[in-house]
Design a protein around this ligand. Structure first.
Ligand code: NAD
Length: 369
């Protein structure tokens, strides 16, 4: 089979390279046993790029990301670079990539695996079987709107300003992603905003309704105020299928949903751009956790979130649904079988490190193949 799937791997900092090594193990297995062929390149981002080239996201990395069919990202940052001025922070690496590739829709699944149901802070019966997808707008809204800044008046009093701005095009394109996703799941979208007190929220609700009526009338749509959605997530989370939210509300709601699962080391994410005229779509996949400097270099990080991010990549960028599912099942079986990294350790289970966890996933894949 020809190597036609161009994959750019950006391991980044801290535990990034450690957990990425386990994805490489799975790729090797897939090439041998599933006859999959990937054209893989590796690049620098974050602190690693700052050390080598003096910038958090070199032009060469952006060019490689543009040329790739998909980007698999580790995580960036760490105490070594914490004292740098804001413009040189490692975290700007991911922001530049999102901006340059036009990655406007952040997809974050919050899934509670049965064997980890006790890791949630909520009662098992409230979260058992939980499977939510949060679609967060990620290039607009209050994190980017102008004017912004801190001004000082003549009397020396300071004012902090941020501006929530959304155009109808920005709302419509992310709404389409949410509706499209819902069709492949349980066919329901809950769109969140604060239409009661925000003008941008009024427009959000109107545009989502228009897109729904014109293009996705078969999908169930409900509107919910974002504060109520936060409350409902904590009390009755299983009512949700796909939650659609702005950049700000999505940031909060997706962290809340992640907390419901109780396991940061298990959660992947994807950020998608628009479909290009040639049919390609830029996309970047990354775990939701950071570079975990407190455990970096110890070989104890949980590689599952990075591995599951790769599964999302196979599904969304390469259309390899069967392989994606196989990897997700293999991870679940490893956890169900009692192997646990420190972050998901429970009484009676066997505590293992990053490499043992990765090897165990490959063993399960072998059984499933
Ligand atoms: P973090 O997610 O790195 O760590 C939070 C806690 O969870 C730590 O105790 C860590 O040890 C643990 N943890 C995280 N991932 C784990 C895994 N796979 N296995 C086991 N334990 C895991 O968040 P933080 O400490 O707030 O941030 C650390 C650095 O990461 C900062 O520089 C931050 O800016 C950066 N960060 C980067 C990204 C990104 O690259 N997209 C995202 C979040 C944070």
């Amino acid at each position: 089979m020809p190597a036609n799937k161009k994959l750019l791997i950006l391991p980044g900092d801290g535990i990034g390279p450690e957990v990425m090594r386990e994805v490489r193990r799975i790729i090797e297995w897939m090439e041998q046993r599933r006859h999959a062929r990937f054209e893989i390149s590796e690049g620098l981002v974050g602190g690693a790029a700052l050390d080598a080239e003096g910038v958090p996201c070199p032009d060469s990395t952006v060019a490689a990301a543009r040329a790739a069919d998909a980007v698999l990202f580790g995580s960036v940052g760490g105490p070594k670079w914490d004292s740098l001025p804001f413009e040189r922070r490692p975290e700007l690496g991911i922001l530049r990539l999102r901006k340059e590739l036009g990655l406007f829709a952040n997809l974050r699944p919050a899934v509670v695996l049965d064997p980890l149901v006790d890791a949630s802070s909520l009662k098992p019966e409230v979260v058992r079987g939980l499977d939510i997808m949060i679609v967060r707008e990620s290039t607009g809204g209050i994190y980017f709107g102008e004017p912004r800044g801190i001004t000082t008046d003549a009397a020396g009093r300071r004012t902090g300003i941020d501006t929530e701005v959304y155009t109808e095009e920005e709302i419509a394109r992310v709404a389409r992603i949410a509706f499209d996703l819902a069709r492949k799941r349980r066919n329901k979208v809950t769109s969140t905003e604060k239409a009661n007190v925000m003008q941008s929220g009024r427009l959000w609700r109107a545009v989502v309704s228009e897109v729904h009526k014109a293009e996705f009338p078969d999908v169930q749509l409900e509107h919910m105020y974002a504060d109520n959605a936060a409350m409902q997530l904590c009390s009755r989370p299983k009512q949700f299928d796909v939650i659609l939210a702005s950049n700000l509300f999505g940031d909060l709601l997706s962290d809340l949903a992640a907390a419901l699962t109780g396991s940061l080391g298990m959660l992947p994410s994807a950020t998608l751009g628009a479909v290009q005229p040639d049919g390609r779509r830029h996309a970047l996949y990354e775990p939701i956790h950071g570079s975990a400097p407190d455990i970096a270099g110890k070989g104890i990080a949980n590689p599952s979130a990075q591995i599951l991010s790769f599964a999302m990549l196979l599904r969304w960028s390469f259309g390899m649904e069967e392989d994606a599912r196989m990897i997700e099942t293999a991870v679940e079986k490893v956890v169900a079988g009692g192997l646990r990294t420190a972050d998901i350790m429970q009484p009676g289970m066997a505590r293992v490190g990053t490499a043992v966890m990765g090897e165990a996933v490959v063993r399960e894949l072998e059984k499933l193949a």
